[in-house]
Design a binder for this molecule. Structure first.
Ligand SMILES: Cc1ncc(C[n+]2csc(CCOP(=O)(O)OP(=O)(O)O)c2C)c(N)n1
Ligand SMILES: [Mg+2]
Length: 375
């Protein structure tokens, strides 16, 4: 989506790396930086050299399969919500699939951690978690990933280093800073990917985290999923600066602006950003421009935008259709791609059956995983 002005070209100078906080002596704290060469676009320049990830045929098919899994899973979740099988809040990720798939495909699942907000089902699927237990969680079943007690917004899998699923807008960013500090402290080689929305990007704690993450050179990638709206408020109405990648400038965090509707572009950007962070050069701020097709949550009548606007996005920017076109150009027949869709539908139908036939949590579960004694 070429919605915003293209990134400004710079001198192409290499980003200056900061001395790690461990090396800095205490009398340097608060002193003017001796690194005058911070360039906001240093990574963007690198990314612009090759904006499309050179994926193998197998990788492209895998991206296609995974994006379809999110799409079909979310459509089914919408249906189950309509049938009353899912209660409470339910925020669908339809339209934004390329963001989670492109970024998470570049992570090292054994080392890296992920944290996000309440629009989290797609992130969990992208992280390779079992659709059965995600659907069971959505329907409040014992077999769910949070034993049916978290629901749509509060899913965790700490063994997979997936730290939620958070309902408080922006809170996950500060927690992500903590996860990154843990990676640094333990020297485990991992990085943290902290996702948040365009609305969350106006929260104060986001900037406190930027400051500390940059000061301490933490291994964290901040990802703004700019899906154009925070509930019913468009970014233009809520944000003085809608080019979110610029918001790290005051903290000397390089920014990147990425088309979040193109999985190959997202992956190409991830390669550049993650390399920078893995090399110990401190945080990166990525802005992923995307669009949510459905309402903010299942209870949103979406009167703040026109049907035509949504249809235009579906018709001209859909991430799955975009990749499908590339696959067809590369010689894949419509029938092969339909067969993938059929397989995915089966996986999703199985997840729904599993969820519906699973037991509800026993009443005693009300007293587990909560503080019921004095500590
Ligand atoms: C601290 C806090 N303030 C307000 C809310 C209510 N709220 C829930 S979602 C939301 C909008 C967030 O939009 P954005 O960050 O763009 O994420 P998106 O829903 O688009 O993914 C708001 C204001 C909340 N959950 N937490
Ligand atoms: Mg938003």
């Amino acid at each position: 989506m070429a919605r915003k002005p293209a990134a400004r070209k710079t001198t192409g100078k290499k980003p200056a790396t900061k001395a790690s906080s461990k090396e800095a002596s205490s009398d340097e704290v608060g002193a003017p930086s001796d690194d005058p060469d911070f360039i906001l676009h240093s990574l963007q320049d690198e990314f612009e050299k090759s904006k499309s990830f050179d994926a193998s045929d197998d990788q492209m098919l895998e991206f296609y399969r995974q994006m379809l899994l999110i799409r079909r899973f979310e459509e089914k979740a919408g249906q189950l919500y309509g049938l009353g099988l899912i209660g409470g809040f339910c925020h669908l990720y339809i339209g934004q699939e390329a963001v989670a798939i492109g970024l998470q495909s570049a992570l090292d699942n054994d080392k890296d951690s992920v944290i996000t907000g309440y629009r989290d089902h797609g992130h969990m699927l992208a992280y390779g978690l079992d659709p059965d237990i995600i659907m069971a969680e959505l329907t409040g079943r014992e077999a769910g990933i949070s034993k049916g007690k978290g629901g749509s917004m509060h899913m965790f899998s700490t063994e997979h280093k997936f730290y939620g699923g958070h309902g408080i807008v922006g809170a996950q960013v500060a927690l992500g800073g903590g996860l990154a500090l843990a990676h640094q402290y333990r020297d485990d080689g991992g990085i943290c990917l902290a996702y948040f929305g365009d609305g969350a990007a106006n929260q104060g704690q986001v900037y406190e985290t930027f400051n500390m993450a940059s000061l301490w050179n933490l291994p964290i990638v901040f990802v703004v999923e700019d899906n154009q709206y925070a509930m019913g408020t468009s970014t233009k109405r809520s944000s003085a600066e809608t080019r979110f990648y610029r918001r790290g400038t005051s903290f000397r965090i390089p920014g990147m602006e990425v088309n979040g509707m193109d999985v190959l572009e997202v992956r190409a950007a991830a390669e550049v950003a993650f390399k920078h962070v893995r090399e110990g050069k401190g945080p990166v701020l990525m802005e992923l421009n995307t669009y949510r097709y459905r309402g903010h949550s299942m209870s949103d009548p979406a009167k703040y935008r026109t049907r035509e606007e949504v249809q235009d996005q579906r018709d001209h920017h859909d991430p799955i259709e975009r990749l499908k076109k590339v696959l067809v150009e590369n010689g894949h027949g419509e029938d092969d791609l339909k067969a993938i869709d059929k397989d995915i539908r089966k996986i999703v139908a199985k997840a729904a059956d599993f969820a519906e036939s699973s037991a509800e949590p026993k009443p005693g579960e009300l007293y587990t995983d909560v503080l019921v004694e004095e500590y």
